[in-house]
Design a protein around this ligand. Sequence first.
Ligand SMILES: *[C@@H]1O[C@H](CO)[C@@H](O)[C@H](O)[C@H]1NC(C)=O
Ligand SMILES: *[C@@H]1O[C@H](CO)[C@@H](O)[C@H](O)[C@H]1NC(C)=O
Ligand SMILES: *[C@@H]1O[C@H](CO)[C@@H](O)[C@H](O)[C@H]1NC(C)=O
Ligand SMILES: *[C@@H]1O[C@H](CO)[C@@H](O)[C@H](O)[C@H]1NC(C)=O
Length: 617
Amino acid sequence: MYLLIIGGLTDMQLGGGSKDWENLSTRLWDLNRTSVFHSPSGYLGLHTMLLDEYQERLFVGGRDLVYSLSLDRVSENYRQIHWPSTPRQAEECTIKGRDADECANYIRVLHRYNRTHLLACGTGAFDPLCTFIRVGHPSEDYLFQLEWHKFERGRGRCPFDPSSSFISTLIGGELFAGLYNDYWGRDAAVLRTMGRMPHIRTEPDDERLLKEPKFVGSYMIPDNEDRDDNKVYFFFTEKALEAETGAHAIYARVGRVCVNDMGGQRMLVNKWSTFLKTRLICSVPGMNGIDTHFDELEDVFLLQTRDNKNPVIFGLFNTTSNIFRGYAICVYHIASIRAAFNGPYAHKEGPEYHWSLYEGKVPYPRPGSCASKVNGGLYGSTKDYPDEAVRFARSHPLMYQPIKPVHKRPILVKTDGKYKLKQIAVDRVEAEDGQYDVLFIGTDNGIVLKVITIYNQDTESMEEVILEEMQVFKVPVPIISMEISSKRQQLYVGSESAVAQVKFHQCDMYGTACADCCLARDPYCAWDGISCSRYYPTGMQAKRRFRRQDVRHGNAAQQCFGQQLIGEALEKTEERIVYGIEYNSTLLECTPRTLQAKVIWFVQRAHEARKEEGLSY
Ligand SMILES: *[C@@H]1O[C@H](CO)[C@@H](O)[C@H](O)[C@H]1NC(C)=O
Ligand SMILES: *[C@@H]1O[C@H](CO)[C@@H](O)[C@H](O)[C@H]1NC(C)=O
Ligand SMILES: *[C@@H]1O[C@H](CO)[C@@H](O)[C@H](O)[C@H]1NC(C)=O
Ligand SMILES: *[C@@H]1O[C@H](CO)[C@@H](O)[C@H](O)[C@H]1NC(C)=O
């Protein structure tokens, strides 16, 4: 019996469906594409990461430790600061009945504060503390020192509980945070602290503002050139008061406040006077016209574009339904978020009424708008806003219109139950046939999926192409944090015990054949006449002539026509003779180079010239 293995175009394989992926994954190490940092103490207790392109470091906050890692190679040349809770803190914490583990100091805040310092806060055994860390350039031997004399109370800036949800962002020395701001984890709040402006927060115990929120992400996004109009957006999930179906409905939300909110003068004193929120929709049409909603926001990613006023927002959602399980990724334009906040308010007439469309007169200045020149410049501060406007703001925190995603549907839906999806990061790349957003999706078992999705205008459908399944951690651990550097083409991935970096692409792993390279559909890679190599939109002219890439269709036959496609493929075919015994089995193995490769088997029986396609197994 002969076997003809056509290597270039097709590959063959026996066994389960995920075998090929495992084989692809191991190459990450073989190809020197990754570097992994393991905490010398064995356990990291990672809670936050800060990618700092300026210092060329990745700062990592864990249990009793802060690390400064090299962006070039995370496993080398690291610095560390040991910062445990004090014996007194730890003792008080255990007396209150907490586990010793909870009474450690978990570093949850790391922000660049100024040119020389980071702001760092830790839970300090349920007694949060903040300080600064002095950081230096390579020329200063990566200086990394805690300022022991600069400790301050961390309440309002850092949660008490190491495991409670928390987000923060630092803007001009002001820390904006979404957190549970008390020992018992009951007081959910969005706050502004630290800087010169008054400390402002959401009204405590006001369920209309926040009801058992899970904070997921926060970003400052400018509206226009007027800095007084800058707003901070918060992404979270919460119990939805306006939901009429079921009292336990969870909704994904986006909320926002003006950066320069000073609170009200007679009402809402030191409380947000510009807080608004609305629902973030991510759903698929279901049978009998009822949409299936993905309401549990797991992660959010802000993709910056050339215009910093118009980033693109990617949300990774889970379902809350017991019947339908799955994940979806939805994309939102900031313009549609702004439109919802500029649209009608939701209104509740009284305790017995439902939230409904508010059709009455809206006071001036419009609640939710900032005290800025763009808004007429009539008011220098929200404290000058008329009582009527502040009163309206207090009773109308919810917008009537939810925010729908681009194309009104997810760009990706996963219901196979293979993984839990945890984290998302996105890189926008130029390819020969257009622009692609490459999604890096962190799972609960140490794998990062590299995926592109292609929208088909005619059928209004999404095609999803899994380019790679990258096993970044050899053990199946949940990925809890991801940072991305497009500049370095590196993804930094954090788990509880390690931090790994992975290069976005490794084109040579697709082999040297034109067909393999095209079939891979990897927008980072193109066939350059000799091998599969990194694609640059403005590459050298000489190489450009030979460049072959087809991300949209992966049509290797067309792209590689004239590249002696078949001949070349045959030339590269590895022919192997495998002896088998009659009525016994023999394992035939072959690893495809890309996830896009199709497996075709040919059988040629003894004394027959005919090769038969389609061996069944
Ligand atoms: C792996 O890459 C690093 C730089 O990225 C280099 O210093 C090192 O020598 C490489 N190791 C091997 C085995 O190629
Ligand atoms: C940065 O902030 C720290 C902490 O407030 C301060 O000690 C330091 O002088 C500041 N550095 C610069 C360059 O302003
Ligand atoms: C996603 O939702 C399901 C059902 O509500 C839940 O069992 C699961 O834990 C959620 N996944 C994550 C990662 O939270
Ligand atoms: C069948 O093949 C396996 C190995 O492929 C061998 O160990 C075994 O002895 C063979 N059985 C017979 C009956 O030849």
